[in-house]
Design a protein around this ligand. Structure first.
Ligand code: LLP
Length: 420
């Protein structure tokens, strides 16, 4: 029963003899060995998700959105599976290349690229800049000219589609800062295609993240396909149609996770006759349920008829619940027959440091471990040193063995080069 639910999060997550295992590794032993808080990523889960995309979209470039989880070990898995990378900063391009992604499979979006970042990306000869403003294209034209290069660009168009997701992660609506109004795009393409150091090669859009209802994709891709046809008529030849990321994942027990195949069933009929290479930028749907956060119970306390379970992971480790009010399912690493209802709270000195409210979990005590699920995307990457807390270690598990891919930080690491 419990294992049935866990498998809906990840087929690699299960209780064996009462102890939670991930990709064949006993998580209680792992936590004892490596300490907590601990991010654990399943290599097999991540591989399977990438393969599902490749099967659903044959011939497409799957540009893994490294912003979701930029751990080098995770990027290396994506590289081994033939992925490209979607990046949003010079640092992410640097990481993607370090992780083994070839530069000619890297796309680069972001509204505020600096000259240094643009220059670095030009030197690396990345596949395509997803340009977000006319001014950016002008600057890129200049910088490319100085280097004697041509910058390949896509215009990131804002299709004004409501993705029906959390307002903070909706990006494709008119009022958001992202992209260029799709109704203005034709003029921008006409202008950009005449610039001497710019090669217009693509159209890019990304409407938002954590989409469980896929109908907004239809609306967005239809608008983009329409733009493609208009450009073709004017002799502006587009090679790449980059439709961004956004496929949602299961967070709540009642969520149903859409598959890449379901997305393909919507997208493929619209684009199949266009003669373009499709690019997708999935992040969360690859890494999200491929990761969990293990935390240790420090204390328990009853207050005003409420039971608080105080753990050693706070919103410095996993910001999503505090920032978006996101639900992350929490289970005990060791199963117990007795259950209790509690608030799972972190050590940060803020009332909002709550990982889970009113949760029914196994009757845990001091030093027991809890697993926070669906933490593989936008987990570690959004962590901070708030309250002088070193960031968690990250470990990859695969077929019963593990490798630490990032060690736990310590206080000296945090104050590195700082002076009194
Ligand atoms: N491409 C672009 C241009 C993006 O901005 C994003 C995400 C993606 C791809 C990947 O989207 P995904 O497949 O992961 O949905 N921190 C938030 C999510 C922010 C998403 C930002 N952009 C969260 O924790 O929910």
């Amino acid at each position: 029963m419990v294992n049935g639910l866990l498998k809906e999060y990840s087929p690699y997550l299960e209780y064996k003899d009462g102890v939670l295992h991930f990709d064949g590794v006993n998580l209680e032993e792992l936590a004892r060995e490596l300490g907590t808080p601990l991010y654990v990523y399943s290599a097999n889960h991540i591989r399977d998700k990438i393969r599902a995309y490749k099967e659903a979209f044959p011939g497409a470039l799957i540009a893994y959105a490294v912003k979701a989880n930029f751990n080098l070990g995770v990027i290396k898995i994506a590289a081994e599976e033939g992925c490209g990378a979607d990046t949003v900063s010079g640092g992410e391009i640097y990481r993607a290349i370090k992780g083994g992604i070839p530069a000619d499979k890297i796309v680069y979006a972001g509204v505020g690229k600096t000259d240094e970042e643009l220059s670095y990306a030009l030197e690396q000869d990345i596949l395509m800049f997803n340009a977000e403003s006319e001014m950016e294209i002008e600057v890129l034209n200049e910088l490319a000219g100085k280097k004697g290069k041509k910058a390949r660009i896509a215009v990131r168009v804002n299709p004004d589609v409501d993705p029906k997701t959390h307002p903070k992660i909706a990006t494709g609506m008119k009022k958001s800062k992202f992209g260029i109004d799709i109704n203005k795009a034709l003029d921008v393409y006409r202008w950009a295609s005449k610039l001497p150091n710019i090669e217009v090669v693509g159209i890019h859009c990304h409407i938002g993240s954590q989409l469980l209802d896929l109908s907004p994709f239809r609306e967005a891709v239809e608008k983009v396909a329409d733009l493609y046809r208009k450009l073709e008529k004017e002799g502006i030849r587009i090679k790449y149609l980059d439709i961004g990321g956004g496929l949602g994942i299961k967070y709540k027990p009642e969520d149903r996770e859409p598959s890449p195949k379901e997305l393909a069933d919507i997208v493929t009929p619209i684009v199949k006759d266009l003669g373009v290479q499709l690019i997708l930028e999935p992040g969360r749907s690859i890494a999200g349920n491929g990761g969990i956060l293990i935390t240790q119970v420090q204390f328990l306390k009853e207050k005003d008829d409420k039971l608080f379970v105080m753990v050693d992971a706070g919103f410095n480790d996993l910001l999503r619940p505090a920032m978006y009010g996101s639900y992350h399912h929490i289970v005990a690493v060791r199963e117990k027959p007795q259950k209790m209802v509690c608030d799972v709270v972190g050590p940060i000195c803020e009332t909002g440091d709550i990982l889970g409210e009113n949760r029914e979990i196994c009757d845990v005590g001091r030093k027991d471990y809890l697993a926070v699920l669906s933490a593989g995307a936008y987990g570690f990457v959004m962590s901070s040193h708030y309250n002088m807390r070193p960031r968690a270690a990250e470990v990859i598990v695969e077929n019963g063995s593990y490798r630490v891919t990032r060690p736990r930080e310590n206080w000296d690491y945090i104050i590195w080069k700082e002076e009194v």
